[in-house]
Design a binder for this molecule. Sequence first.
Ligand SMILES: Nc1ncnc2c1ncn2[C@@H]1O[C@H](COP(=O)(O)OP(=O)(O)OP(=O)(O)O)[C@@H](O)[C@H]1O
Ligand SMILES: [Mg+2]
Length: 363
Amino acid sequence: MSSVQLSNLHKTYPNGHHAVKGIDLSIRDGEFLVLVGPSGCGKSTVLRMIAGLEDISSGQIAIDGRVVNDLSPSDRDIAMVFQSYALYPHMTVRDNMAMALRLRGLPREDVDRRVLDAAKMLAIDSMLDRKPGQLSGGQRQRVAVGRAIVREPKVALFDEPLSNLDAKLRVATRGELKQLHTRLRTTSVYVTHDQEEAMTLGDRIVVMHDGVIQQCDTPMNVYQRPANRFVAAFIGMPPMNFFDGVLEARSEGLGFAFGDGLRLPVHASHVGSLQPHVGKAVTLGLRPQAFALATGQPSVQVTAVMTEPLGDLMDMTCQLGPMRVIARLPWATPPTPGSPCSLSVRTSEAHWFEAGSTGSRLA
Ligand SMILES: Nc1ncnc2c1ncn2[C@@H]1O[C@H](COP(=O)(O)OP(=O)(O)OP(=O)(O)O)[C@@H](O)[C@H]1O
Ligand SMILES: [Mg+2]
């Protein structure tokens, strides 16, 4: 097990594209760290630089305090699992898993034992004599994970390993990976663009955008206190609703004026930190879960547009003045499209940001 330190890491590709722009990150010994962000934000590039598969343009990567910038991939003691599995099709599962150990010159009995232990852990021990072509996608992915863990690497890297699996298998395999990590505690860096995977797997998650880290924290801290509007929009399902408006002083506390003459009171717990922004444009963020189909106070009058049932819950899209809003509500007979209804708002759950599409958190 090992720690990994990234210092002011940059990557500019030969075509001039600046894909990674000064990443600083300390990955702790035994930690499961998830890099998450939209397509093209530089996740795989960071991972490939850690693995040694991609040159570093500037900055430093250290494993256990030793700078590895100039070490070849094979000298870094890192295992990588790819989305494509990258198994050798002409070799059996056993040979795929054993190859790296044999190349290292480990005695045959040790190789056999480690392969069998890993195969049992991953429930593929009955398939050791099959070839990858005779396995399902989920089983192939487990072989790829098995091949990585038999090596007992210092660091395990995963690049979207579950994205070729169907939704149900993805959730099941995700759970297995999490349990496996609880047992092995291998320092792991896991790349995904799926925020649910990031939330459920990561000890900490790193949200990236355009080659820059936006926030690095525990999943719940990122969810409850997103550092800026980008993170707020990226983490959470359905995505957060945003409203641009102005803060106003009132006789009792603060108010938020937005849309065409709409107003909401600012929750008492946010007044202190928002006071310096009175009279200024700010953005209010409300998760779909902060609404309720009720006449409680405060509330907003909306027009129902569409309802999507989810079983015990439903997502209701509605029109609030000129704005579209999504509310996630307990299941109830939905309002007829086009009919007016009242949504109460839990303003204690409001998120406040500087105005603009990338505004920082205020409260
Ligand atoms: N060899 C290359 N030459 C030039 N640009 C590249 C090269 N590889 C990647 N890029 C660009 O660098 C940026 C980051 O790519 P990267 O593969 O790291 O993104 P990603 O976050 O892993 O995205 P995805 O979720 O789609 O896999 C992208 O804009 C991509 O087009
Ligand atoms: Mg990628």
